[in-house]
Design a binder for this molecule. Structure first.
Ligand code: CS2
Length: 490
C-alpha cells in the first residue's frame, strides 16, 4: 500500500484457524490479533477458511493476504492493513486439508464467525438439528464434512488420534452463551457417530478442549464497488476485497484457553467473567433494536440503517423498545452506563457514511430473532408489561420475508435472505389475514420457540400488526404500538 497505509511485515507462523472468512472476521478478530502480535510477538497468524465461495480466498492469495480495513465515520476515512493471515482455503474444495489443519499441533485456537445460521442447531431446543440433511451427511461420513460443527468434531477426532494436544474452540457469533452452545453442538454430533466411535473422543474433549464464550461487536457492512474504488483512489493499490467498518469495536472474552492465546488486550479486548451479561446487553439492546430498525425501515423504503433511524417515528420506537422492552431483561455488567451505551448506539446507527443496509441486518431473521425476542418477551409477560414493539418487530419480519399474497414489501425486504423463507411462504400461502399468518409462523412452525408458540396474546398482537403493516403501512402500525403505553422520551 502507499506510505500512508502501513503494511507491516508478516514474520510469524500460524496458530489460529478461523472458519468464516467474511467481512466481520477480517475487520474484527484479525485487527485484534495483529495488534497482539505487534505488541508481544508469537506465532498467532490466522489461516482463514471460507466455507464454499472462493472469491475472498482467491483475492487474498493474489494480494499476498493483504487487504484493507477502511474505518469509516461520517467525517473521516482511515485505512489499515492487518496482514495477519498466513494462508486461506475453501472448505468445500479442501476439506481434507481443513481437518488436517484442525489437527495440526501448531494450531492452538479454532475460531468461528459462521453467523447464527451456520451452527446447524434447532433454535427451539438449542441442540444439533439432526433433521438437517447436511448434518446427516456429515454423520454418515461418506464425504468430507460440510457443516462447521461436523468439521470441528471430526478435526478434533484427528487431533486426538494424532496425539497433538489441547486446543481452544472460540465462537465469535451473536449467540447467547456461544461457547457453551458450541460445546453442546459438538458433543451432540459426537454422540451420534456410529458404533460408539465418539466415546473416547468425548472424554478427550473434556480433558483437552475449552470453549470460551465471547461477545463481539463491530458494525461491518458488505463490501461495495464504491468502497473498492474509494480504497484504490486513497491508497493507490487495487484491493479487490477491502472491508468497511465503523470506528467502534469491542471484544469481551472469557479467559479459558486450553493451549495459550494471543495477548488480544493489546488491541483493546477485555477478558471478563461477565461475558454472558455483555452478550445479553449487546444481543438485546443492539441486535434486537437493530432488527426493528431493519424491518420497519425496509417497509418504509429505507435502504440503510442510518436512513431508517433518521425517521423520527422509527427512532422513537427504537428508543422505546430498547429501554422498555429489551433492557428490563438485561443484567447490566459492572461499569456499564446504560444511558451512555444507548447514546453511543444511536450515534453508531446514524453513521451515514457506513451505509449499513437494512436488507443485511434483516437477513436470517428466523435465526436471529430467536436469539433476540423470546426471552425478553417472556419476562415482560410474567411482569404484566407491554410487548407491543417486540410484536411489531416480529410482524415486520413476517411482512418483509413472508407477506400475505398480493402485498409487495418493497425491494429492500425482497433482498433479505432467510433459511426459513421458502417453508414460511409455502405454509402461509393460504393465509388470508395477519392472524392466520402469525398463527402458522409462530404456533405451528414455532420458529420463535415454545414459549412464544403458546403465547396467544403475543401471537394475536403480531397478527394485528401484520394486518396494519399491510393495509395502512409502518406509520400507522408504529403509532398504535407506541400509543399502547405511556412513553417518556426523556
Ligand atoms: C446486526 C449485526 O446483522 C445483524 O443482525 O445486528 O450484524 C450487528 O451489526 C453486529 O452484531 C454489530 O456488532
Amino acid at each position: 500500500m502507499t506510505d500512508h497505509v502501513e503494511r507491516r511485515p508478516r514474520n510469524f507462523g500460524p496458530g489460529i484457524i478461523h472458519l468464516g472468512l467474511g467481512n466481520f472476521h477480517r475487520a474484527h478478530m484479525a485487527t485484534y490479533t495483529r495488534a497482539a502480535i505487534d505488541a508481544h510477538g508469537g506465532d498467532w497468524g490466522i489461516i482463514g477458511v471460507a466455507s464454499r465461495t472462493a472469491a475472498v480466498v482467491d483475492a487474498m492469495k493474489k494480494q499476498d493476504f493483504c487487504y484493507t480495513v477502511a474505518q469509516i465515520s461520517p467525517d473521516d476515512y482511515s485505512y489499515s492493513v492487518p496482514n495477519v493471515h498466513t494462508d486461506a482455503l475453501v472448505a468445500a474444495n479442501e476439506g481434507e486439508r481443513l481437518l488436517e489443519l484442525i489437527a495440526d499441533p501448531r494450531i492452538k485456537i479454532v475460531s468461528l464467525t459462521v453467523t447464527e445460521n451456520g451452527y446447524t442447531f434447532d433454535p427451539v431446543t438449542r441442540r444439533l438439528n439432526l433433521a438437517d440433511a447436511r448434518v446427516q451427511q456429515d454423520l454418515d461420513g461418506h464425504e468430507l464434512p460440510v457443516t462447521p460443527i461436523g468439521q470441528i468434531a471430526l478435526g478434533l477426532e484427528r487431533r486426538m488420534l494424532a496425539g497433538n494436544g489441547p486446543v481452544t474452540i472460540l465462537s465469535c457469533d451473536n449467540l447467547s452463551h456461544n461457547g457453551a452452545l458450541t460445546k453442546t453442538l459438538v458433543a451432540d454430533f459426537i454422540a451420534e457417530l456410529p458404533q460408539g466411535r465418539g466415546v473416547s473422543l468425548a472424554l478427550w474433549i473434556q480433558r483437552n478442549v475449552t470453549f470460551p464464550s465471547t461477545m463481539v461487536d463491530r458494525i461491518v457492512p458488505s463490501t461495495t464497488q464504491e468502497l473498492i474504488d474509494q480504497v484504490t483512489s486513497a491508497t493507490g493499490y487495487t484491493d479487490a476485497v477491502p472491508v468497511p467498518a465503523e470506528p467502534f469495536s469491542m471484544w469481551i472474552i472469557e479467559d479459558n484457553f486450553a493451549a495459550g492465546r494471543p495477548q488480544w488486550e493489546a488491541g483493546g479486548a477485555i477478558f471478563s467473567d461477565e461475558v454472558d451479561k455483555f452478550e445479553q446487553l449487546k444481543v438485546r439492546l443492539l441486535n434486537g433494536t437493530h432488527s426493528l430498525l431493519a424491518y420497519l425501515g425496509a417497509l418504509s423504503g429505507a435502504a440503510t440503517i442510518p436512513e431508517s433511524v433518521s425517521d423520527p417515528w422509527i427512532a422513537d420506537a427504537a428508543r422505546k423498545v430498547l429501554r422498555e422492552e429489551y433492557l428490563p431483561s438485561v443484567q447490566v455488567p459492572q461499569g456499564v452506563d446504560v444511558r451512555a451505551y444507548e447514546a453511543e448506539l444511536f450515534g453508531r446507527w446514524r453513521n451515514v457514511a457506513l451505509g449499513h443496509r437494512t436488507s443485511q441486518v434483516g437477513s436470517d431473521g428466523s435465526v436471529k430473532l430467536r436469539e433476540r425476542v423470546p426471552f425478553p418477551s417472556q419476562q415482560l409477560r410474567e411482569n404484566g408489561q407491554s410487548r407491543e414493539l417486540l410484536a411489531l418487530t416480529v410482524s415486520g419480519y413476517l411482512s418483509c420475508v413472508s407477506p400475505l399474497p398480493g402485498f409487495d414489501p418493497g425491494e429492500h425486504a425482497r433482498a433479505m435472505q432467510d433459511p426459513l423463507r421458502e417453508v414460511l411462504r409455502e405454509r402461509t400461502a393460504a393465509a388470508s389475514n395477519g392472524t392466520e399468518l402469525a398463527h402458522i409462523a409462530l404456533a405451528e412452525l414455532r420458529f420463535l420457540g415454545d414459549d412464544v408458540a403458546e403465547d396467544q396474546e403475543f401471537i394475536a398482537r403480531v397478527g394485528r400488526y401484520v394486518d396494519l403493516l399491510h393495509s395502512s403501512g409502518p406509520r400507522e402500525a408504529l403509532s398504535e404500538a407506541m400509543n399502547t403505553t405511556e412513553w417518556k422520551r426523556a
